[in-house]
Write a protein that binds this ligand. Sequence first.
Ligand code: HEM
Length: 478
Amino acid sequence: MSASDFAKTFPLGARPPAPIPNERPLGAVRLLVRFWRNPLDTWTRFNFEYPITQANGVLGRVAVVCEPAAIKRVLVDNAANYRKDPLQLRVLSPGLGKGLLTAEGGDWRKQRRALAPLFTPRMVQAFAPAMVATAEWLVQRWSPLRPGRRLNVAAEMSVATLEVLQRTIFPEGLSRDPRDFANGMSNLVNAIGALHPFDVLGAPDWLPRVGKRSPAPALKFFNDAVDDILAARRARGAEPAQAADKASRDLLTMLLDARDPQTGEALSEEEIRANVVTFIGAGHETTANALTWSLFLLSQNPAWRDEVEREVDEVLGDGPIEAEALEKLPRVRATLDEAMRLYPPAPSLSREAIAADMLAGEKIHPGTLVVISPYVVHRHKLLWRDPDHFDPTRFLPENREAIDRFAYLPFGGGPRLCIGMGFALQEATIFLAAILRSFRLDLAPGWRVAPIQRVTLRPKGGMPMVLQHRRATAMRAA
Ligand code: HEM
């Protein structure tokens, strides 16, 4: 189906749920309150219409950059001039410490070098059978459920992606039930991801944040879990892990063995712990959200869903999912890509300018908070046709080349590109195909979907959906 056929079949009337941008910039108090409740509610129309917008306000000097060439300058060409900003570190560091996502300079380089071998294309491919087995495990879990059964798909996807981590990069297991982990992570992002006005203003830590949930119980849960994960790994000693690719090593082994080639220095205990939490945090919520939004968007676009189901049936048949089949699912992949365009799991990247620079024809002063929001860039009027509408055909192979690399950045770009990108795309393709082959999910009647930004971009209150069976599976109840 070509892009124009698609537009004919689906009159682009329905706008998937998203806040309507404000007509004018918000005053300081409203800005702070909305930032706390849902940062997606703070954007103005100008952000979606101009290549760059700069303002001086409660957040200091802020530049929202949307022009692809300027984004490339920040993330690639002049990346050394842009460091992770204090506000982002304030949000993420309580949970993630100084792991790969939050480290800077030499510490970051050392960690990235140490961990890169776990995410080479060869390694990611070697993880495919474990991902397929986990997707089959999910299908078996849902198969006995009666048709019409309501499921919180957001929670189900979280548990499934944690299970993948257990079976791939943490072969020792996560030491806790994935459901407890999913709850713990949800509590943590609700506590740290809601930006309290005092945090935005940089008020001292001793000032009480009235109304803010304490992250302490969730942090204790993670600290205890990490203790147990490390204890289990250390008890194993030097033997290779069974579940990981035999030719390689697992994440914990790499962290424990990592040495800086120049100094021979190992990662500190603190860095090791921070990375365990980082990989659990960054490695499951994001992928779970991409899958949840994909299933929601499919439920709202039945004609496209029919097409994707046909593709899955033809390519996968009834047999086991083979790794080669993943290359033959352009509609499944286009659905994921379009879901991550409209609802990017990591909706906002930010940096602090160290020295002055020029971006999109405007001077950037040192100290400026430079915001690159995939959420805004992906819906920008200068970059996309019908930006707020679901049109997965944009991402079919014949149309992809027209998309600027820096107009679509769900995984970021440059040296700090998501290390797990290949892993996540493979995992999400396998899961979406496996789910669509066996089930059809429709939004629970009456449920109003609303996206909320809490570090990641998730559906507020979860995603209740109604399950129907498409394919007889061995364990289905009568
Ligand atoms: C759909 C899924 C995912 C999305 C949308 C996503 C998105 C991103 C983005 C945008 C960044 C760059 C942040 C920045 O530049 O400030 C990033 C970094 C990172 N991601 Fe992902 N991610 C996903 C899955 C994963 C997975 C599966 C893992 C690990 C198994 C992972 C681990 C990381 C780590 C460790 C970093 C920090 C990299 C560095 O700074 O060197 N992510 N991710």
